[in-house]
Design a protein. Structure first.
Length: 287
């Protein structure tokens, strides 16, 4: 096969063009820090990148969900803590009022404080966070204690991981329901009538209220502990997905710089060799 001057020239120009393309690729990688800049550069990397990004976005959404759960549970726990203190104060007043030496005026003063504490408990039961009543089940837009007591005891669940939902609310009927406030009302009635026996009975009834609140807090605490474990797992998944995405897409700067320098050396050598091998043509002399 006869090799002509034209063939040498065309081959050299084609190879120089490829060399420019390779250097351009390395420069783009150094500029962006990514192995590819468009799916066509490497469809396999592009598809994997989409998958890893989808995983990361899913994890980030679950993390936002856990923040919502935290907000709900933290406010519930704080409200139950206030309710516990109010009920403990009611019990103290019941113990005081059970003393035979207390006269009508002193019991009336106690009754006034008890009524204020009842109002405080109602306010706690109507706790509203981010526009939602947290003690009325799924009916978060309805005030639970507004002429009545919580009627919706439906559990509220929020998904915090793939296929895992966690209950975020408290069964408020046991804490702020008709029976709980009925015990407080019985105490008020006993104070108003001065019935010593009924006042003493109120102590046991208030103990029941306190135990219900403590049980609700214990259950809530167990779920909060589980949430922390899930958050730790999500954190690990986020790190793993980010690392896999980085390994798939991000360049090794040292490697790319070395490849660029090598390609530049090859390109310069090709230019130098080409300038010696490609002889001037008749057209060059006519210019």
């Amino acid at each position: 096969m006869r090799v002509t001057q034209s063939m040498l020239s065309n081959n050299m120009l084609r190879n120089l063009s490829n060399s420019y393309t390779n250097m351009g690729t390395y420069m783009d990688q150094l500029t962006t820090g990514k192995k590819i800049n468009r799916p066509s550069d490497d469809p396999v990397i592009a598809v994997k990148g989409m998958d890893y990004r989808s995983q990361l976005k899913e994890v980030e959404q679950y993390q936002r969900n856990t923040n919502e759960v935290h907000n709900w549970m933290d406010n519930s726990d704080d409200a139950l803590d206030q309710a516990t203190k109010a009920l403990q104060r009611l019990r103290e007043l019941a113990v005081q009022a059970s003393n035979d030496t207390y006269d009508t005026g002193e019991r009336h003063n106690i009754m006034e404080e008890v009524e204020q504490l009842k109002t405080h408990l109602i306010d706690i039961g109507n706790t509203k966070v981010n526009g939602k009543y947290i003690f009325n089940g799924t009916k978060t837009d309805v005030k639970p204690i507004d002429g009545g007591y919580p009627t919706d005891t439906t559990d509220v669940h929020i998904e915090v991981s793939n296929g895992i939902k966690i209950k975020v609310n408290v069964n408020a009927d046991e804490v702020f329901g008709a029976e709980a406030f009925g015990n407080v009302d019985s105490f008020i009635t006993a104070l108003e009538s001065g019935d010593q026996g009924e006042i003493e009975k109120s102590i046991a009834l208030l103990d029941e209220n306190i135990n219900n609140v403590l049980n609700a807090r214990a259950d809530l605490g167990a779920r909060m502990n589980r949430l922390e474990l899930i958050e730790h797992r999500l954190g690990s998944q986020e790190i793993s997905a980010t690392e896999m995405m980085s390994n798939n897409e991000d360049i090794d700067y040292e490697e790319v710089i070395t490849q660029l320098i090598t390609q530049e050396s090859v390109h310069r050598a090709a230019l130098s060799a080409g300038s010696r091998i490609i002889q001037p043509t008749l057209l060059d002399f006519l210019r």
